[in-house]
Design a protein around this ligand. Structure first.
Ligand SMILES: [Fe+2]
Ligand SMILES: [Fe+2]
Length: 174
């Protein structure tokens, strides 16, 4: 039987028999994919000063990752494996960026980030490094957070960025 799911983290809808293991849009784990009736806008909440500061840093990380992965995707042959991989990475990071901006009730900043490296292997290495750094930061931000919505956001992000680190390692044959 077909169902409509809505991600409690990003709010994107998904139609399918079963909920996928991870949200196809933001990479949140399956337990966040719920029926539409259960959906509440995660970002409609007030953050304390520390949460705001951490959210701004989240925006900076996601902004760089979105722009960088998009450029790596564009540097690869259209529809090739790495073109597809980096397209999906960019899409997920853009979703994170948009949610973080909504938490801060601000417009999405203009995309800017680092340039692709000399080879796709170097870009995969850099991806691993960026994702590892993000996971460490988000674990810290999760610990700092008092707001339950903010905590759920970081739990989902840690899961998604860990997956990105794993797929980059896999591509490198590790
Ligand atoms: Fe999602
Ligand atoms: Fe992200």
């Amino acid at each position: 039987m077909v169902n409509l799911y809505v991600c409690k983290i990003c709010g994107e809808p998904y139609i399918g028999g079963e909920a996928p293991d991870d949200c196809p849009f933001c990479g949140a784990p399956k337990n966040y994919l719920k029926s539409v009736e259960e959906f509440k806008e995660l970002w409609k909440t007030d953050l304390n000063e520390e949460e705001k500061k951490d959210m701004q840093e989240t925006i900076n990380l996601e902004l760089n990752a979105t722009a960088y992965y998009q450029k790596v995707s564009d540097s690869q042959e259209k529809y090739s494996k790495q073109n597809r991989l980096f397209k999906q990475l960019a899409r997920t990071e853009k979703e994170h960026l948009e949610i973080a901006a909504k938490f801060l009730k601000m417009e999405i900043p203009e995309l800017k980030g680092e340039e692709p490296k000399e080879s796709i292997e170097k870009d995969l290495e850099r991806t691993k490094e960026l994702e590892k750094g993000a996971v460490e930061k988000y674990k810290q931000f999760l610990e700092n957070a008092e707001n339950e919505n903010v905590k759920n956001f970081y739990v989902a992000l840690i899961h998604a960025e860990q997956g990105h680190q794993d797929i980059a390692s896999k591509e490198l044959g590790e």
